[in-house]
Design a protein around this ligand. Structure first.
Ligand code: UDP
Ligand code: MG
Length: 153
């Protein structure tokens, strides 16, 4: 099964959306394989957002992402990367479809509630960036046979 990284950004923390967002992933059938609270540093974020360092909004993004501690989550499931990106919605919350996390909870391009890995390759890199190996757990949920057919799991 695939793994992906979600970050509940300071905008989610400030607006008391943690339970709601985690509930959505739980209800979908994604397995929480790791979860912790941490303060992001500028050096970690510069690595994580390396594709954006030259953008005019980069400094503002750094300030936003360090404004409060965040919650980082490792979610597991079949096609988890694409499933979680679809649940996340478009980058700009104003363009994100209703029913998505950004579409339901935000009005901003920057303050867009969560981060979600955009490819299987990046998910693995990002999980290693934010978690130690012993912070991600290998276990078989008791309800697995009701989440997937035998040929899917
Ligand atoms: N961002 C922004 N303005 C932009 C584009 C991105 O403030 O014009 C912020 C926003 O918080 C976004 C993050 O930078 O989530 C990372 O951008 P990316 O293009 O990777 O979007 P994502 O993968 O988060 O949808
Ligand atoms: Mg991205």
């Amino acid at each position: 099964m695939e793994r992906t990284l979600v970050i509940l950004k300071p905008s989610a923390m400030a607006r008391n959306l943690v339970g709601n967002i985690i509930t959505r992933f739980e209800q979908k059938g994604l397995i929480i394989a790791g979860m912790k609270m941490m303060t992001l540093t500028e050096s970690l974020l510069t690595e994580h957002y390396a594709h954006l360092v030259d953008k005019p909004f980069f400094k503002s993004l750094l300030a936003s992402m360090t404004a409060l501690p965040v919650i980082v989550v490792c979610l597991k499931g079949k096609d988890a990367v694409a499933v979680v990106r679809a649940m996340t919605g478009a980058t700009n919350s104003r363009n994100a479809a209703p029913g998505t996390i950004r579409g339901d909870f935000g009005m901003s391009g920057q303050e867009n509630i969560i981060h979600a890995s955009d490819s299987v390759e990046n998910a693995e890199i990002e999980l290693q960036r934010f978690f130690r190996a012993d912070e991600i757990f290998e276990f078989t949920p008791a309800n697995l046979k009701f989440l997937y057919a035998p040929n899917e799991a």
